[in-house]
Design a protein. Structure first.
Ligand code: NAG
Ligand code: NAG
Ligand code: NAG
Length: 508
């Protein structure tokens, strides 16, 4: 039973049958991959059909036929390069797919090929076909990533000898298991390739293993990684959780991608079985590819990622300051950072293309004379700028608000509102708060001039991640605050600023 359960887990995405389980959390937390791998390892089930190693084919796709394999480059046959009109002065991309149940290319392959040609018209976009090996039991496919990678390394070495292409122009892009294939390829070429992009590298069998046995920063001059389906607390993750490149970006914390509705699927699992989450899993895992495609197609709407100690700190808006290499662009235009290793970066995204959002940090100091019950309000914020507004954004209050403490919050907007001019706080009635207690609480909050204030907020400091601009906002009309349901903050007038600060703000 246990073994069958695990097999099911591997085949989850496309072919698993209904299981009698209450939630994915239960399924995943019960699992133990070592027990599962043991019998396979000892029986050596992963022998290859072909004594020369797995079959790997290299199809040079064309911009006008991104979906069709019409010309294969064959190592050892230089004429195949000219037959396929290989351009040795242009960039060369190798697109490497992952594990497959169907044995067919998934629809993202053609989309990625088309997007690469959209950005780099004269490039050589080569689709690496290792489908026959990838269409195996997951464990077998995973154990063959090294020999497939070696086959690709041999191909790259041959191309370099034959055409003199600078390897700096070679960029491997691997998805899921294909990311580790790219890593093995990079570590076996005679000279280092320029770049490897890992799109949600596979987790099972690779998490926690030595750098030589997975994608790592040693495999190319620049290794950048997008993690979109990591599931930290469960002991099992379809995408690898640990950083494996020079730059590792975790959009939306690396899980629960907007628009994929994994949370909803997890709730439905009790009624509909494990099939209910197929689409959500595929959506989260593949989101890495679509973020990369977005970066190729929407160069003007590039997303920024911010290095941060943890996803929780990022969610408090504490990591929006860019200095040295602490910020980077997501996807194709990521800046090469060679010295760094294992830098975790975070960003929020929209639910569809273009994925870019604008990040704001709000720093609010709550001052109070008396210690009182900590407040846990639910608030929403509206931002008004020179180009537009973003209204009723929920303010994620992650810890209770306490006296004489500065707290930091993260807000995101989907559109560019330009320079921030005004900010409004408002609250909605909720069942847990009676209207009158809310009114009392909030009115006392903002009452900067009230006779018996309990909590005061004089200023809100705002930092915008995308522009790195800083703004200080003050209560617009302190006298009107006490009974208002909406409190408005505007740019502070000069008298609100200290003399030393004034200089900075003017030169700004
Ligand atoms: C080959 O690539 C180079 C560099 O991108 C480009 O300038 C040139 O036009 C390409 N040649 C052909 C025949 O497409
Ligand atoms: C907060 O700081 C103010 C000014 O320093 C002080 O008067 C007040 O007692 C402090 N409140 C608490 C609860 O410590
Ligand atoms: C407020 O409470 C904290 C602990 O909750 C305490 O350390 C502090 O001394 C208190 N301040 C006043 C002014 O009572």
């Amino acid at each position: 039973m246990k073994l069958r359960f695990h097999q099911c887990l591997f085949w989850l995405v496309l072919s698993c049958t209904v299981l009698d389980v209450t939630s994915l959390e239960d399924v995943l937390s019960q699992s133990n991959f070592d027990n599962f791998l043991e019998p396979l390892n000892s029986k050596n089930l992963f022998t290859l059909k072909d004594a020369n190693g797995p079959q790997v084919k290299f199809s040079l796709r064309k911009p006008n036929q991104p979906d069709d394999d019409i010309c294969y480059i064959i190592p050892g046959k230089p004429e195949s390069l000219s037959d396929c009109t290989f351009n040795s002065t242009a960039k060369t991309f190798l697109v490497i797919h992952g594990w497959t149940v169907s044995g067919l290319f998934e629809s993202w392959v053609a989309k990625l090929v088309a997007a690469l040609y959209d950005r780099e018209q004269s490039a050589n976009v080569i689709v690496v076909d290792w489908l026959s090996t990838a269409q195996n039991h997951y464990v077998i496919a995973a154990q063959n990533t090294k020999s497939v990678g070696k086959g690709i390394a041999h191909f790259i070495d041959w191309m370099e000898e034959t055409t003199n292409i600078p390897l700096e122009n070679v960029h491997l892009i691997g998805y899921s298991l294909g990311a580790h294939v790219a890593g093995f390829a990079g570590s076996h070429t005679s000279n280092k390739v320029g770049r490897i992009t890992g799109l949600d590298p596979a987790g099972p069998d690779f998490e926690g293993v030595h750098a030589h046995r997975r994608l790592s920063p040693d495999d190319a001059h620049f290794v950048d990684v997008l993690h979109t389906f990591t599931r930290g607390s469960l002991g099992l993750s379809i995408g690898i959780e640990q950083p494996v490149g020079h730059v590792d970006i975790y959009p939306n914390g690396g899980a629960f991608q907007p628009g994929c509705n994994l949370r909803g699927a997890l709730e439905k699992i009790a009624n509909f079985g494990i099939l209910a989450i197929n689409d959500a899993i595929k959506c989260e895992h593949e989101r890495s590819i679509h973020l990369f495609i977005d970066s190729l197609l929407n160069e003007q709407e590039a997303s920024t990622a911010y290095s941060c100690g943890s996803s929780e700190m990022f969610d408090r808006g504490m990591c929006l300051k860019c200095h040295k290499n602490s910020c980077n662009t997501i996807g194709y235009d990521a800046t090469k950072v060679r010295k760094a290793r294992s830098v975790k970066m975070f960003t929020k995204t929209r639910s569809s293309m273009p994925f870019r959002v604008y990040h704001y940090q709000l720093k609010i100091h709550f001052s109070s004379k008396i210690n009182q019950t900590k407040l846990d309000p639910s608030l929403s914020v509206s931002l008004y700028g020179t180009k537009g507004e973003a209204e009723n954004l929920p303010l994620n209050v992650m810890e209770k608000i306490a006296a004489n403490k500065t707290q930091s919050f993260l807000l995101v907007t989907e559109k560019d509102i330009g320079d921030l001019l005004m900010l409004k706080f408002s609250w909605e009635e909720s069942t847990s708060w009676s209207a009158s207690s809310l009114l009392q609480m909030v009115s006392s909050w903002w009452s900067g001039v009230s006779a018996t204030p309990s909590v005061d907020v004089h200023k809100i400091r705002v930092r915008v991640g995308e522009t790195q601009k800083k703004i200080v906002l003050c209560v617009k009309d302190p006298k009107a605050v006490s009974m208002a349901q909406v409190v408005t903050f505007v740019k502070c007038k000069d008298e609100w600023r200290g003399p030393s600060r004034r200089k900075n703000l003017k030169s700004h």
